[in-house]
Design a protein around this ligand. Structure first.
Ligand SMILES: [Zn+2]
Length: 698
C-alpha cells in the first residue's frame, strides 16, 4: 500500500500558546545529517503552531501570486505555486507519518482539530477565483509556451485539480462543497481511529495449556510475551494483529477459538458500540455522491477514475469480471479439497470461513510436504532486508548503509543512507517493521520529504517503510512468513520509486502517479523475492547460515499456485464491493451490512470465504486514498507480470532492462502519461496473459 495524506478536512478553533515559537524545530533549518527531521526534538506541542504558521505562510505566498501585475506565465503562476507551502508540507509530512506509525490520544486529537482547518485551507486555494484565472490562462496557452513535457503535465495537473476542487462552481455550490469536504475530513479520520481502537481492544486470553495445542513453539512464545506486556503474566494472548492471528488460524486445533478470533476480526467496526463504523461509512458514501454530483459526475467512481489509467468504470469491471469467473471456480475446487480433508480426518462438519487457513495448511502439507513454519527459519528479517537491498544493488548499483547518527521516533526504527554506485547521496530510508498499539495495521511506504529539483535546488528524498511483521521473541530473532517476505519486498519497491525519483516538481515526483500505476514498482519487486537464484542469495538459516536447500525452493515453486483461488477471490470481492459502494448514484436509507451481502450475492461469493475487507473496517476506501481504487492492485499486476517478463526473457539482473525500468518508470514519477512511460520501457502495451499464467487461472 502506498499511503497518501488526506487533506480533506472541516472548522474549528486552534488554541495554542504561541509565545516561544523560536524553540519550535519546524521553524528552523534542520542541521541534522541530510536535513532529516529532528524526530527526537519534535514534540506534540510543535504541530499546531507549525500547521498554523504553515498555512499563514502559504496564504501570503498565494496572495503574492494573485497580486502579481504581470500577465500569468508558467513561472509566475504554476511554478510559483509549486514552490509555496514549504513549511506546511514539512509539518504535515512528519505529523501524518507519525499519526499512522506512532500515534497517541494527543496526536489523534490534534488531527481532529487540524482536519477542518486544512480542509478549509485547501478549499480556499482551489476556490480562489483570481488564482484559478491565472492557472487557466497558462493552461489555455500551454502549447505555445515552449514548456518541457514535465511543465506541460504540471500545468495540466493544476488546471484539473482546480476544476475538480470546485474552482468553476458558483458561490452557492462552492459553499456546499466546502461543507462536504469539512465533514468528510472528520468522518474518514474517525473511521480509521475506530478500527485502531477495535484492533487494540480485542484479546483472546488463553490460560489453559491444552488450548495451545497445534501451535508452533515460536507462536506460543510470542503469545506468552504479548500476555506479559498486557498484564496477563503466565497466560497467552492472541490479538487481531496479523502476526498473532494468522498463525493461530493456521495451526490451532481449537475450532471454537479459531471461530472466536476470526469473528472478532471480521466484526471490527460492526459491534454497535462507540467504535461502530456503519453509520460513519454510510455518511461518507452519501457525501461522496453529493460531491461528485456537485462537480458534474454521476458518481464517485467516475470522479476518481478519470484520473487513472483505467479511465472508466466499464474498463475496471471488464478486468474484474474477466478474472472473477476463473478465480471463483478455482476457489470452489479448493473448498472441495479442504472439505475432503475434514472428512478424511473423521469429522463431518461443514467447512467454515474460520477453518480455511487451518485446512489449507494441512492440504498444503499433504500435497507438497511444505509447511509455512519450515520456511520461517530461512527468513530472518535482517536477511530478508539484505536480500531486498542486494536485488536493488544488482539492478541499479545503489547501496544501503545503516546510519546510527540520524534521529528516529522509536527504537524499532532503523535508518539507512542510500547512495549511487559512485557514492553520490540519493536519500534516506527509515524502516519500522514490528507491530505495536501505537501503529495502525497493514504495511505502507510514505515520504517525510519528496524528491524535487526546482531551479537547480536539489531536494533529496526521505522515505519510510512501515510494517507489522513477526517480532523477535526472547528466544528467536524475527522470522518472517513467506507472505511477510513478499510484503517487505513490495513496500521496498514503493520506497525505490520514491528514492530513485529524478523529477523537477514535487507534485509529479516519486509515487505521485496515477493510482493504478503506483503499484507497478512495488509489485514487480515481489517477483525477485521468490526467484530461486535470488532466494539462494538471502534465504539463509538463522542459526547455521546455510542457504535454503534446493529441495525447499522446489517446494515453494511447486506450491506457488496453491490457494490462489482463495487469495484472488478474497481480493476481487473487495474490489467489487468498493466499486459497488462508489458507483451508487443516489443514496436511500441503506444498511451497510445488507448492501455488502447483496454485493457479494451478485458475484456469487461462496460463504466459506469472507471478502478481504468488510465495509466497517475497509480502511483503504473509507480512511485511505483507495476509494474506487482497490482494483488498482490487480490492474497493476497486469503491468508487473508483463514487465517482469522482460527480465525473464533476458536475465534477472539484465542491465539494459534495469536501466530502462529505472529511467522510464522509477525516475519519471508522474511527469508523463503512464502508458507512454510503460511503452517506452517495454516497447508495447501490456497483455493479460502473463498474469493469468502466474495465478494459474489460464
Ligand atoms: Zn502497495
Amino acid at each position: 500500500m502506498k499511503q497518501t495524506f488526506l487533506f480533506i478536512l472541516a472548522i474549528g478553533i486552534l488554541f495554542w500558546s504561541c509565545s516561544k515559537t523560536g524553540q519550535n524545530p519546524f521553524f528552523t533549518d534542520w542541521s541534522t545529517p541530510h536535513q532529516t527531521p529532528p524526530l527526537d526534538k519534535i514534540k506534540e506541542e510543535h504541530y499546531t503552531p507549525g500547521f498554523e504558521e504553515g498555512m499563514k505562510q502559504q496564504n501570503q505566498e498565494i496572495e503574492t501570486i494573485v497580486n502579481n501585475t504581470e500577465a500569468p506565465t508558467f513561472k509566475n503562476s504554476i511554478e510559483a505555486m509549486e514552490k509555496s507551502g514549504v513549511l506546511l508540507t514539512k509539518v504535515s509530512n512528519v505529523f501524518y507519518n507519525l499519526l499512522s506509525a506512532h500515534t497517541n490520544d494527543s496526536l489523534q486529537s490534534i488531527a481532529k482539530r487540524v482536519a477542518p482547518l486544512l480542509s478549509k485551507h485547501q478549499d480556499d486555494i482551489l476556490m480562489n477565483a483570481k488564482l484559478f484565472q491565472r492557472v487557466k490562462a497558462v493552461y489555455e496557452q500551454k502549447d505555445s509556451l515552449d514548456l518541457t513535457p514535465e511543465q506541460n503535465t504540471l500545468s495540466d495537473k493544476y488546471y484539473r485539480e482546480f476544476v475538480r476542487g470546485g474552482a468553476a462552481l458558483d458561490e452557492e455550490q462552492k459553499a456546499k462543497l466546502r461543507e462536504i469536504n469539512k465533514e468528510l475530513s472528520l468522518l474518514t479520520l474517525q473511521f480509521g481511529d475506530n478500527v485502531l481502537k477495535e484492533d487494540n481492544d480485542f484479546e483472546l486470553v488463553i490460560d489453559n495449556e491444552e488450548n495451545l495445542s497445534g501451535l508452533p513453539e515460536n507462536v506460543i512464545t510470542a503469545a506468552a510475551e504479548a500476555a506479559k506486556e498486557r498484564g496477563h503474566e503466565g497466560k497467552w494472548v492472541f490479538t487481531l494483529h496479523k502476526p498473532s492471528m494468522i498463525p493461530f488460524l493456521q495451526y490451532s486445533v481449537q475450532r471454537d477459538l479459531r471461530e472466536k478470533i476470526f469473528k472478532a476480526y471480521i466484526n471490527r467496526g460492526n459491534n454497535n458500540n462507540e467504535y461502530d463504523n456503519k453509520e460513519i461509512l454510510s455518511k461518507i458514501v452519501t457525501l461522496r455522491v453529493k460531491k461528485a454530483n456537485l462537480l458534474g459526475y454521476k458518481n464517485h467512481a467516475d470522479f476518481v477514475l478519470e484520473e487513472n489509467m483505467a479511465k472508466t468504470l466499464e474498463n475496471v469491471f471488464n478486468l474484474l469480471y474477466q478474472l472473477w469467473g476463473p478465480a471463483l471456480n478455482m476457489a470452489k475446487k479448493e473448498a472441495y479439497e479442504l472439505q475432503s480433508m475434514i472428512f478424511k480426518e473423521g469429522n463431518n462438519f461443514k467447512l467454515q470461513a474460520w477453518d480455511w487457513w487451518y485446512y489449507a495448511e494441512k492440504v498444503k502439507k499433504a500435497k507438497f510436504d511444505l509447511d509455512e513454519e519450515m520456511l520461517r527459519p530461512y527468513f530472518k528479517l535482517e536477511n530478508v532486508i539484505d536480500g531486498a537491498f542486494t536485488v536493488a544493488n544488482k539492478l541499479y548499483g545503489i547501496t544501503f548503509t545503516e546510519r546510527k547518527d540520524i534521529p528516529k521516533y522509536h527504537e524499532d526504527v532503523k535508518v539507512f543512507e542510500v547512495k549511487e554506485a559512485n557514492g553520490t547521496h540519493i536519500g534516506i530510508l527509515y524502516t519500522d517493521y514490528f507491530p505495536r498499539s501505537s501503529k495502525r495495521g497493514g504495511a505502507w511506504m510514505n515520504a517525510y520529504r519528496e524528491q524535487s529539483n526546482i531551479a537547480g535546488k536539489k531536494v533529496a528524498p526521505v522515505i519510510c517503510n512501515v510494517g507489522n511483521f513477526s517480532k523477535p521473541t526472547s528466544q528467536k530473532p524475527s522470522l518472517l512468513s513467506f507472505d511477510e517476505v513478499n510484503t517487505l519486498f513490495h513496500e521496498f519497491g514503493h520506497a525505490l520509486h520514491g528514492l530513485l525519483s529524478n523529477c523537477t516538481y514535487p507534485k509529479l515526483s516519486g509515487t505521485d502517479v496515477a493510482r493504478d500505476f503506483v503499484e507497478l514498482p512495488s509489485q514487480i519487486m515481489e517477483n525477485w523475492a521468490s526467484e530461486p537464484e535470488v532466494l539462494k542469495m538471502y534465504a539463509k538459516h538463522y542459526k547455521t547460515g546455510e542457504p535454503i536447500p534446493g529441495e525447499l525452493i522446489e517446494k515453494i515453486q511447486a506450491s506457488n499456485k496453491f490457494n490462489q483461488g482463495f487469495a484472488t477471490a478474497e481480493y476481487l470481492a473487495a474490489s467489487f464491493l468498493d466499486m459497488d459502494w462508489h458507483s451508487l448514484t443516489e443514496i436511500k436509507e441503506l444498511d451497510p451490512i445488507e448492501f455488502e451481502n447483496k454485493s457479494m450475492e451478485k458475484i456469487g461469493m461462496i460463504p466459506e470465504i469472507v471478502v478481504r475487507y468488510r465495509s466497517p473496517y475497509f480502511r483503504h476506501i473509507f480512511a485511505g486514498g483507495y476509494s474506487a481504487g482497490y482494483y488498482v492492485y490487480i490492474w497493476a499486476e497486469v503491468l508487473d507480470a508483463d514487465a517482469f517478463q522482460a527480465f525473464k526473457e533476458t536475465s534477472l539482473f539484465d542491465q539494459k532492462n534495469a536501466k530502462a525500468f529505472r529511467e522510464n518508470i522509477l525516475a519519471s514519477g508522474g511527469t508523463e502519461d503512464p502508458m507512454m512511460l510503460y511503452k517506452r520501457f517495454r516497447g508495447t502495451e501490456p497483455g493479460i496473459d502473463a498474469l493469468l499464467e502466474r495465478r494459474g487461472l489460464k
